[in-house]
Design a protein around this ligand. Structure first.
Ligand SMILES: NC(=O)C1=CN([C@@H]2O[C@H](COP(=O)(O)OP(=O)(O)OC[C@H]3O[C@@H](n4cnc5c(N)ncnc54)[C@H](O)[C@@H]3O)[C@@H](O)[C@H]2O)C=CC1
Ligand SMILES: O=C(O)[C@@H]1CCC=N1
Length: 264
């Protein structure tokens, strides 16, 4: 696969790292306005760093756009004339809808909208995908890429904003929970390094249990909560202080905010 990442910032670089680790490309172009910060990646064979988006498009078949929403229109106009009918355009750009992309490049391009998260750098992204009518014929290419870099599902475009909150912002929400449990562990006497390790691995274990067993969280919670034990004591105290409620309210606030930026 000849891939170009147009806009190699936080997310673009995470995707690039995932592609490099998985050796998932024939050639890979990384573009950025100031290339110095990513120049070191050119040490990888078959990888080129450039500030020239048109060059990257001309030498690639799959174009992954990872620029800020305000930059997307200008960049699509810039590369429009370099597109051929087989290019697959994959946008990660928050809130930039498929009709807006089609309005610039035309309905006859294969267009996929994706919402990955930064865990893509370690092959663990939960990525949501949707496409235009034409893109349905090539969405399997996007699935193949993102399934090598984690897990993907196809959703209707009108759920992309919600997917952004749950999956992309969700990384930050879960990180904060890990930090909080780390702080709790330090208060119980672990040094910061051990506390961090205990918190991360327990989080990983909880998610893995659910993924591998397919069970509901409460079924696994029931196995841990000894009657009159310390787990139910802690859980109930957390709920009295609004743990679930605060997470749900945070998700709602995030969704409200994203809909002030754009609507699907
Ligand atoms: N950061 C995240 O966790 C996620 C971000 N997104 C979306 O992905 C997009 C990128 O997000 P980030 O990586 O966080 O932003 P960022 O600001 O870190 O990266 C954007 C990159 O585009 C480059 N750029 C700007 N103009 C350019 C041009 N004309 N040609 C080439 N490169 C250019 C910038 O130099 C920058 O490196 C945004 O639309 C964001 O909403 C989606 C999912 C997750
Ligand atoms: O915080 C944001 O608005 C963007 C979208 C998802 C991740 N970062």
């Amino acid at each position: 696969m000849k891939i170009a990442i147009i806009g190699t910032g936080n997310l673009g670089l995470s995707i690039a790292k995932g592609l490099i680790v998985n050796n998932a490309f024939t050639t890979l172009y990384l573009t950025k306005r100031k290339t110095e910060e990513i120049q070191e990646y050119e040490q990888h064979s078959k990888l080129k760093v450039t500030s020239d988006n048109r060059e990257a498009v001309q030498h690639s078949d799959i174009l992954i756009f990872a620029v800020q929403p305000t930059q997307m229109e200008r960049i699509l106009k810039e590369i429009k004339d370099d597109l051929h009918e087989n290019h697959v355009l994959i946008s990660t750009v928050t809130g930039f809808k498929i009709p807006a992309i089609e309005a610039i490049v035309g309905e006859e391009q294969f267009i996929v909208r994706s919402m990955p998260n930064t865990a893509i750098a370690v092959g663990k992204s939960m990525t949501c995908l949707c496409s235009n009518e034409k893109g349905k014929k090539r969405i399997a290419i996007a699935e193949a890429i993102f399934n090598r870099l984690g897990t993907s599902i196809i959703i209707p475009e009108n759920k992309m904003q919600a997917a952004t909150v749950i999956c992309a912002s969700g990384i930050a929400f879960w990180m904060r929970l890990i930090r909080a449990t780390t702080q709790g562990a330090v208060q119980l006497g672990f040094d910061a390094k051990d506390a961090h390790e205990l918190s991360m691995q327990t989080c990983l274990g909880a998610a893995s249990l659910l993924i591998e067993s397919g069970k509901h969280p409460e079924e696994e919670i029931d196995k841990v909560t000894t009657p009159r034990g310390c787990t139910i004591e802690g859980l109930n105290e957390m709920e009295h202080n609004g743990l679930s409620s605060s997470l749900i309210k945070g998700i709602q606030a995030s969704f409200k905010k994203i809909n002030t930026i754009t609507t699907d």
